[in-house]
Design a protein around this ligand. Structure first.
Ligand SMILES: [Zn+2]
Length: 263
């Protein structure tokens, strides 16, 4: 999908009346090191040393794709905490893209139409969830800790409390560092794969690794959810921001987003 604004995003089908997409590093106004591979970058993160005015412009471009719907972001803390947003929380969305005004947590859930939920990532797994029939959507930020704690399942539970049914929920697991690239110490692999066996992986060079996209997909499939995976590795593919790639180069990098909204 390429919108009129030029933001370069990968849209996913989560059912009728649901808008869902993953942004890439391209299509914004940020210069290097927050740029995309062939032009200014769509850095959506406020805490990565980019200029706040540019981040606001980049975030405003999400609203254009969503017909003006504002997008709420949480202050992500690698937890399994879900923040439900209802009609009384409208001030937590802002048409003037604001700092992470939704609160501290790693999943957002809402049944409010016309209001977007966003999750910021640069190697961690962005998860989008929707039950179009119940009219409930959610996002989750699944890094190593969040995946081990089951943050995507906590989001699903919160959606279920609001009328969603797991067998009707559709999920999209977005671009993230893959199991062939995400090297971790042996003990961390043991710890996470004890909680989620599908996380167990080996790097392409033969050392211990974690496959977080596979782990999150297995958690959701196990709960009865239909999962679509966008099989793109953020570390290998310069289309995306990658925290690990940038750290290896000694530079900063941006954050891309997964976004879902009920029309
Ligand atoms: Zn990879």
């Amino acid at each position: 999908m390429t919108a009129a604004t030029g933001i370069d995003a990968i849209s996913v089908d989560l059912g009728e009346g649901v808008r869902a997409f993953f942004t890439t590093a391209s299509g914004g106004v940020s210069p290097a090191p927050w740029a995309g591979p062939s032009g200014p970058g769509l850095n959506l993160g406020l805490n990565v040393s980019d200029d706040v005015v540019r981040v606001r412009e980049n975030r405003a471009r999400l609203g254009v794709v969503l017909d003006g719907a504002p997008v709420a972001f949480a202050t992500q803390v690698h937890s399994d905490r879900v923040i439900p947003l209802g009609s009384r929380d409208r001030s937590r969305w802002s048409t003037e893209p604001a700092p992470e005004s939704a609160g501290h947590g790693d999943a957002l859930v809402t049944a409010e139409p016309g209001l977007g939920l966003g999750v910021l990532v640069a190697d961690c797994v962005p998860v989008l969830l929707a039950d179009p029939e119940a009219g409930v959507v959610g996002v989750a930020h699944a890094g190593r800790k969040g995946t081990a704690a089951g943050v995507a399942l906590r989001a699903l539970e919160s959606m279920t409390e609001r009328g969603a049914r797991p067998d009707r929920v559709r999920a999209a697991v977005g671009p993230a560092v893959c199991g062939r690239c995400y090297e971790v110490p042996d003990e961390l692999r043991d710890e996470v794969s004890a909680a989620v066996p599908s996380a167990f992986a080996r790097t392409s060079w033969g050392t211990p690794a974690l496959d977080l996209p596979a782990a999150v997909s297995a958690q959701l499939s196990g709960a009865g959810v239909a999962v679509t995976r966008v099989r793109r590795c953020t570390l290998e593919d310069e289309t995306f921001f990658s925290h690990r790639r940038a750290t290896a180069r000694g530079t900063a990098t941006g954050r891309q987003a997964g976004v879902v909204a009920l029309a």
